[in-house]
Each structure stands twice: as structure tokens, then as C-alpha cells.
Design a protein around this ligand. Structure first.
Ligand code: UGA
Length: 442
């Protein structure tokens, strides 16, 4: 709006010029014409200067451009900046242990983001969260996670990874040693409804973050969330990092695969240290209400029928469900073994680390078994509506080979589905009964 008002003033200056022109007839001499032209040039420079300063000084300018993007569903305009805000940022990111890290966690109000942030904080690392609190699923749950982190001393900045001015400011205030990049548009099937949001967050947002990281001094090491879905139509099991990932079955998977290629580019050109983690259907307390185990729980309790997918000829649909605490250990292992980025001033100074790891559980469980476990834990019989796996991006089977993560990160999952779901159900019942909250799943 401010820009418009500047622009609205534009005619007044040439108007003066016109007046000058009419006061002095054209044949009145070149000199006067030249002096008017000089005035116009002068005022034009002043005007352009004002516009320039406005754009570069105002953080809200970038966020207002960003807010015009229809694929975003962030609920409120982010406001940031100022001494009090900077103090909160600095305090949250302050390292409290010897050889600790200062980590920027994007997507900190998300499921994995919350767990990783609190684990880092517990061991004495400095943690600053960033989240846009969009309404892809019930934002009340994200706010509750935020409150949990606040109590642990983690401040979450409200903003989007596409807001380059905000990211730059964060790096100005804190020289982050690491970035744990978990902000993303998740969910396999939703990609058919809102493809733009996947491109916006998983591709444009990732590039925006990497652009700022590559310019930062020192450059941080980056660990980020890829997905088991990159294996797509690959039929060789268990999935190993060496297997083909060029047949994604969903746009979601394609954007995660694109992220892996983009990571390669930034590593190659700028010397950024990058580690991608392929998560396998992560579940647990504080989980995502759009995921099957979560809304199955809600629907079973409400006596609603649940759609259970099956493959051709009643083929089993199965997932290598992985418990959140195991995933957190994998994330911390990745951060701990991440080598420093090698670039500075936006230039590569030497080869840097580039890694991809599977973080799965290594034991695929049919979705029907998941439902049976939930029935037992909830003591309610599910109304099963078995149906053909729709052509909506789902794959029939996932199974991780985790030997690389085991060797390099010391990753060793220890929670089976029965135990993990028990912990989830306990949390679910507590969380939704405590405040009389309604599980607004999807
Ligand atoms: O690990 C991954 O790569 C992915 O895991 C999950 O994706 P997905 O495995 O599809 O998880 P759910 O949506 O919870 O589905 C779990 C299983 O339940 C099945 N399902 C899902 C929904 C439904 O109505 N019925 C049903 O039988 C799915 O086919 C799938 O086999 C996450 O949603 C993704 O963000 C993540 O990247």
C-alpha cells in the first residue's frame, strides 16, 4: 500500500515540469529546457531512491509479496523484528553445553520438528524454531506443541521459509552452526488437491532456505527431511539408498526427490554440507492428524467406518511404520556426524559432505494389522471398509534397509508398532479428553 502511495505522488513532480514548460515557451531556449530536464532527472532519482530504501529496509515488504501466494494457508501475518524479538531469538539459540550446536529448526511446530527441538534443547543445544502455522491440519495442535516447546525454552518464530528477508535476519542475529530443515508440505494424497502448496514449500521454500544458508558466514550444516516415498514404483525390497528413485508415484514424492537433486546442486556449487533423511511413515504422540493411524483412532472411537486400502487381488498394503523416538535419534545422529560446510561468502572452498539415509523400522506391517492393534488398545471394534488402493499417489509397500544409517549414524530403531501405538493412544486419549478438545483430524 505504501508503494502505491509513493507511486500516486509521481504525477505531481512531472506536473511541475509541465508548468515550467508552459511558463516558458518552447522557443524560449534550450537552456531552460535542459534545466527542467535536469530537475526531472533529479526528482526521479530521489523517487527511485525512496522506493529502493523502502524495499530493502522493510521486512514486511517481502512478506506481503509472499502473502499474495494463494497456495499458502498461514493464518496470520508474521511480524518480526525489534530489540525484544531479537533478544528472544538470541536467548533461545544460546548454546548451554560444551561443544553444543546452535540449530535453526524449520517446521518446529510440526510433529517431527517438536520432538527434535525438545531433544536438542534437553541436551544443551541452542534451538530456534521457525514455523508458518498453516492450516493444512488443525493449527490448535501446532499451538499446543508450541506451548510445550516454549515451556522448554524454545522460541518459535512465526514465519515462512519463503521469506528470505526473515531468514537473512535470523542468520544476522544468530550464527547458526546447523539447520534442521523439517518445514514441508507433507501428505501423499493431498498433493492431488493442492499441488501448488507442495511446489511452494518443498521446492521454492527449500531453495529460499539454501540461498540464505549459502550466503551465511559461517555456512551452517543442513540436515533435512526427505521421504521414503521417493522410492515410488521401485519394486526391489528392502529399499536401499542405492536403489532407483526416478519413478515417484505422487507429486509429493516428486517434490522430495527434487529436493534431493537441489541439495546436490547446492553442495556442488557452494560447498554446503547436506544430509537428507528418508523418513518411513513416522508415527507417535503429538503426531499428524492427516495420517492414517491418527484418523483411524479418531474414527474408530467415533464409530465411523474406516477405509482400509488393499492392492490388486486383495494384495497387502503395508508400511514400515517408524516410531518418533527412533526418528529423533536418527536426526540427532545426522546432526552429530554432519561435517562443516566448506564455503564462505557464497563461494565454495572445497568439497563438502553430501549424504542420504533411510530412517525406517525395517519391519513392514500390513495396514489391517495396524487396525487390529488399534482395536485392542482402544477396546473398540473398527468398522472396516476395505477398498481398492485408489490411484492417488499411494504405493503398496515400503520397507527400509537401514544398514547405512546404522553404520554412519549409529541408528538402531527399538520400538515396535504395538509399543509405539500404545504410547500414541495414551497420549491421544489424554490430549483430547484433558481439555475436552475435539480431534479435528483432517
Ligand atoms: O514415509 C513417508 O515417506 C511418508 O509417510 C506418510 O505417508 P503414508 O505412508 O502414506 O502414511 P499414511 O497416510 O498414514 O498411510 C499409511 C497407510 O495407510 C493406508 N491408508 C491411508 C488412508 C486411508 O484412508 N486408508 C488406508 O488404508 C495407506 O495406503 C498407507 O499404506 C506421510 O504422510 C508422508 O508425509 C511421509 O513422507
Amino acid at each position: 500500500m505504501k508503494q502505491m502511495s509513493h507511486l500516486d505522488h509521481t504525477p505531481s513532480t512531472p506536473g511541475k515540469f509541465k508548468m515550467d514548460k508552459s511558463a516558458y515557451p518552447y522557443h524560449g531556449g534550450r537552456l531552460r529546457w535542459h534545466s527542467s530536464l535536469a530537475k526531472l532527472t533529479f526528482w526521479s532519482f530521489v523517487f527511485i531512491g525512496v522506493i529502493f530504501i523502502f524495499f530493502y529496509r522493510s521486512p514486511s515488504s517481502s512478506s506481503s509479496r509472499f502473502h499474495s501466494d494463494p497456495s499458502r494457508r498461514s493464518l496470520r501475518t508474521s511480524s518480526w523484528g525489534g530489540p525484544a524479538w531479537e533478544k528472544k531469538v538470541r536467548t533461545s539459540a544460546r548454546i548451554r553445553s560444551r561443544n553444543g550446536f546452535s540449530v535453526l529448526v524449520t517446521g518446529a511446530a510440526g510433529f517431527v520438528g517438536t520432538h527434535v527441538s525438545s531433544a536438542l534443547k534437553r541436551r544443551g543445544d541452542g534451538v530456534l524454531g521457525l514455523d508458518n502455522f498453516n492450516d493444512y491440519y488443525d493449527p490448535t495442535l501446532k499451538r499446543a506443541r508450541q506451548a510445550l516447546l516454549e515451556r522448554a525454552g524454545v522460541f518459535i518464530v512465526e514465519g515462512d521459509i519463503n521469506d528470505a528477508a526473515l531468514l537473512k535476519k535470523l542468520f544476522e542475529v544468530v550464527p547458526f552452526t546447523h539447520v534442521m530443515h523439517l518445514a514441508a508440505q507433507a501428505g501423499v494424497r493431498y498433493a492431488m488437491q493442492n499441488p501448488g502448496s507442495y511446489v511452494h514449500s518443498n521446492i521454492a521454500g527449500f531453495v529460499s532456505l539454501l540461498e540464505v544458508c549459502k550466503e551465511a558466514t559461517p555456512q551452517p550444516a543442513i540436515v533435512w527431511a526427505s521421504s521414503s516415498s521417493v522410492y515410488g514404483l521401485n519394486t526391489k525390497v528392502p529399499f536401499s539408498e542405492k536403489d532407483r528413485t526416478d519413478q515417484p508415484a505422487s507429486l509429493y514424492a516428486a517434490t522430495k526427490k527434487a529436493g534431493e537433486e537441489i541439495a546436490h546442486t547446492y553442495n556442488h556449487i557452494y560447498g554446503l554440507s547436506l544430509t537428507g533423511l528418508r523418513f518411513f511413515t513416522v508415527y507417535g504422540p503429538w503426531g499428524r492428524p492427516d495420517m492414517a493411524y491418527f484418523f483411524f483412532t479418531k474414527d474408530i472411537l467415533n464409530g465411523k467406518s474406516i477405509p482400509i486400502f488393499e492392492g490388486e487381488n486383495h494384495g497387502t498394503v503395508a508400511r514400515d511404520f517408524t516410531y518418533i523416538d527412533d526418528i529423533v535419534k536418527g536426526c540427532l545422529g545426522a546432526l552429530d556426524t554432519a561435517q562443516k560446510s566448506t564455503g564462505s561468502g557464497g563461494k565454495k572452498k572445497g568439497p563438502a559432505q553430501l549424504r542420504v539415509f533411510n530412517l525406517g523400522n525395517t519391519s513392514p506391517i500390513p495396514v489391517t494389522n495396524l487396525v487390529t492393534i488399534l482395536e485392542r488398545l482402544l477396546k473398540v471394534k473398527a468398522k472396516r471398509n476395505v477398498m481398492k488402493l485408489p490411484r492417488n499417489g499411494d504405493v503398496q509397500f515400503t520397507h527400509a534397509n537401514i544398514s547405512l544409517a546404522h553404520r554412519e549414524l549409529g541408528y538402531k530403531p527399538t520400538t515396535n508398532l504395538q509399543t509405539g501405538l500404545k504410547k500414541f493412544v495414551r497420549w491421544y486419549l489424554n490430549y483430547y479428553s484433558a481439555a475436552g478438545k475435539k480431534a479435528d483430524a483432517r
